[in-house]
Ligand binder design. Structure first.
Ligand code: NAI
Length: 338
């Protein structure tokens, strides 16, 4: 009887061969921070995604256990685990899509910006790894504060000479997921039938739901607009307070991240009309980064769509959001260039 490790390697090879014979699309995905509150359910959801052929789970703690557990799921993706900085190279080599939920989450009373000091360094280290070991990969950045970590990643890639703004996407999908859910509650319809564009950034007043552009179109009362805007902007805090010190959104976030990653993979495959909101480098405002509706494709962000017509309430919100965003973006840029 061959040793277990040899049997496993042979079985992985057999599966990889089957896939290439089948000619099916299969992408290689890495999750950095895979043993965390978001990382674990996200790993499970990505293991269930038929577009994923290989899934690398990297963390600085506990990734072997998570990997063993997920590897028993009888879905197609081949799972490999990586533990600690010395294994970052192997975790990233050959990867098409890197998803980064590494870093500390909020506790009650904290803003996302309070996480900056710890998470900025983590994102810097991981993005240096991406620029060395898989510079052509698409990056989905989840670690907060997204409004600053995306600029940090961009500066790291610029320094390494690998920056392509089309491949760096801050994940704001949870804001859209929440907006769709809360608006559907008000309208009394199925949340799957609602689409609310959410622009700006991913923190407090920088989260700007465009209720005037909701699909299906609906004319909200001023009271509904105030209630919905406030709930969407503070949805994260609602969860942080309910968890009372045990972290922030993890399950809804994993769902949102898996949804966004799937959209990126379908774009890479060449599917048409993949539209998602994301915090990216763009010129839709005078700021260097802004969350907007983007068209995803083979090279990542193929097009950033204009904001569309805003009503007076939204224009006022936009001005406030831009002030805060400018500061958060500059904070990220200065962290690398200090
Ligand atoms: P968690 O603390 O449960 O998990 C974080 C994981 O990152 C841990 O397993 C930890 O070991 C790992 N980690 C730490 N340093 C690392 C490094 N250098 N390399 C690789 N892994 C490392 O936190 P949770 O709840 O999973 O949240 C993760 C991040 O996601 C937080 O920054 C949180 O604020 C953010 N978040 C973002 C959201 C968004 O919409 N973009 C929504 C919710 C959370």
């Amino acid at each position: 009887r061959p040793p277990a490790s040899q049997m496993e390697e042979a079985s992985l090879l057999r599966r990889a061969n089957c896939r290439s014979k089948g000619g099916a699309h299969g992408f290689k995905v890495a999750i950095l921070g895979a043993a965390g509150g978001i990382g674990q359910p996200l790993a499970m959801l990505m293991k269930m995604n038929p577009l994923v052929s290989v899934l690398h789970l990297y963390d600085v703690v506990n990734s072997p256990g998570v990997t063993a557990d997920i590897s028993h799921m009888n879905t197609g993706a081949v799972i490999r685990g990586f533990l600690g900085q010395s294994q970052l190279e192997n975790a990233l080599t050959g990867i098409d899509l890197v998803i980064i939920p590494a870093g500390v989450p909020r506790k009650p009373g904290m803003t996302r910006d309070d996480l900056f000091n710890i998470n900025a360094g983590i994102v810097k280290t991981l993005c240096e790894g991406v620029s060395k070991f898989c510079p052509m990969a698409i990056v989905n950045l989840i670690s907060n504060p997204v409004n600053s970590t995306v600029p940090i990643a961009a500066e790291v890639f610029k320094k390494a000479g690998t920056y392509n703004p089309k491949r760096l996407l801050g994940v704001t999908t949870l804001d859209v997921v929440r907006a769709n859910t809360f608006v559907a509650e008000v309208l009394g319809v199925d949340p799957r039938d609602v689409n609310v564009p959410v622009i700006g950034g991913h923190a407090g007043i920088t989260i700007l739901p465009l209720l005037s552009q909701v699909n299906p179109s609906y004319s909200f009362t001023q009271e509904e607009i105030s209630y919905l805007t406030d709930r969407i902007q503070n949805g994260g805090t609602e969860v942080v307070e309910a968890k009372a010190g045990a972290g922030s959104a993890t399950l809804s976030m994993a769902y949102a991240a898996a949804k966004f990653a799937d959209a990126c993979l379908r774009g890479l495959r060449g599917d048409a009309n993949i539209l998602e909101c994301s915090f990216v480098a763009c010129q839709v405002t005078e700021l260097p980064f802004f969350a907007s509706k983007v068209r995803l494709g083979r090279s990542g962000v193929e097009e950033v769509l204009p904001l569309g017509p805003l009503n007076e309430f939204e224009r006022a919100g936009l001005e406030k959001a831009k002030k805060e965003l400018a500061i958060s973006i500059q904070k990220g840029v200065s962290f690398i260039n200090k």
